[in-house]
Design a protein around this ligand. Sequence first.
Ligand code: SF4
Length: 645
Amino acid sequence: MAMNVTQKIIAAHLVSGTLEAGSPIAIRIDQTLTQDATGTMAYLQFEALGLPRVRTELSVSYVDHNMLQSGFENADDHRFLQSFAAKYGVHFSRPGNGICHQVHLERFSRPGGTLLGSDSHTPTSGGAGMLAIGAGGLDIALAMGGLSFNLNMPQVVGVKLTGRLQPFVSAKDIILEVLRHKTVKGGVGKVFEYFGSGVAHLSVPERATITNMGAELGATTSVFPSDAVTRRYLAAQGRDASWSEWVADADAGYDEVLEIDLDQLEPLIACPHSPDNVRTVREVAGMPVAQVAIGSCTNSSYTDLMTVASMLKGKVVADGVSLGVSPGSRQVMEMVTRDGGLLDFIGAGSRILESACGPCIGMGFAPPTEGVSVRSFNRNFYGRSGTKNAAVYLASPETCAACALTGVITDPRDLGLAPIHVPVPERFLVDDRMVLAPAAEGSPVDIIRGPNIAKLPTGQAAPANLQGEVLIRLGDDITTDHIMPAGAKVLPLRSNLPAISEFVFHMVDETFPTRAKAAGGGFIVAGHNYGQGSSREHAALAPRYLGVRGVLVQSFARIHLANLINFGILPLTFVDAADYAKVQAGDQLSLDLKGLALGQALTLRDATQGLDIPVMPQLASARDLELILKGGALSWASEQLEKVS
Ligand code: SF4
């Protein structure tokens, strides 16, 4: 069978299943990555598995998110991560070395390999021909333990690129064009694979900009072939041995094809508050800009930053504009410094930020009230910048530079500059001393646990009879933010389950944690679309810590449903929607689990109302059923690992 790149990589890693789109498959994972905001919990989960070392080809722990150290919490997390990495066989990229995705692309990506990362922009390494997928921390912990990753075989969308990018039009404009066509919902269950004659004209960092922001399509991942361009890039990184060729067979097919003529493409911009709200820059030109931010894992390659430096050279940013630059990696920061770009940035009045996520997640450099911020980043959701009423626009580094110079949204072609061509260096500055290799022997290494690092409780098998009171009764569209809020107060507690659990449902009812603990757990009852929003696993983990064992609703959001099962909380829906109105807060419920089976309704007893209520456990597979019976994926995985060791 003729295969595209996606199918070839999956076929080479297939543990179970077939290549038929939509069918369940399990694949072997070669590499994992974590960042600090999700990594601490993933590593606590790995510890709970009881293994002496990771079983992957390579696992890397990065520190790039929670960099502000206004208290001890983040610094404690960083030390925990470093000592964990040394003990368990994980490479540790120290704070200051750069953003996980950019550093991974530069130093560790391997064409044809699989990468699972606890961050949604893990697909960045798809620019170097890897199948790189973002997932929850628990999935990363299991992959580090050598277990396969389960997903449905994706459909493959072929994006055919022809022609060549014109001056001041960049890779960012390609992915904005894809988002304009496919929207933020258009990629669910799909891999976007790039092919066609235009691919050969794109460098690996340009390809990585595209696969990075492919995450905004909701896609499983995005991938480019590994070709002569990839080979040159890896050689320039001193990694010739990592290269192998991965190209689609000549007659390979795709489930659908989107064609983009690069000659015709023009500078694009995503308007507030969604990455698919795309217009041409000329359509919104003239709007006053208060802030410009250049960097992030999407757009801070050497070429990106040197192109901007060249546009700024000898000029000063417009009076009303604050320009922030956050290079994506230490490698790029050093090279831009060595080659004079930093002087151009400083001379133009830029504010040089550290090599980390920073403004992308509202960690410093928030825009002013109702200010327009133009960013080379990948997300512009409401409030993400740190200023709730700011209007964030997403564009290429070239467009960002043009806006910084003029003070209004400006198409870079309208500056009248001569075309700028910054080639990919033939040799990057390679210095991996900021990546610490693990200790050769893990057992003598002690893990440093500050007071912010709490041990993870192990799951208990489900009782034969689930009993408890309705701790809270909610309406429709409860988000993971309602369940487990984020923000500067709560985020640093992500590695401290007892502490973060004190904030469960704080936006709705501050007494919930105290009541749940006093009652020894119980049930949550809600309406439709319970758990919508992010993939935040703490929204399941923290209620489970407080003793919640059952959630009874009219319907669930998909990812939260999976998280509930992963942490041993039984998800239930009302068979008769009208029963939702009958169950009240404080009611005493009991559910006999002896008959728990796939597709079988159970009878819930509401002793307070004197009612028997039919409910349907929302379990889709034998694995789901086993996870619930064992008390969650951690307990289940420990048994699986015993079987394979
Ligand atoms: Fe996520 Fe932004 Fe950091 Fe990239 S730069 S990893 S999008 S927070």
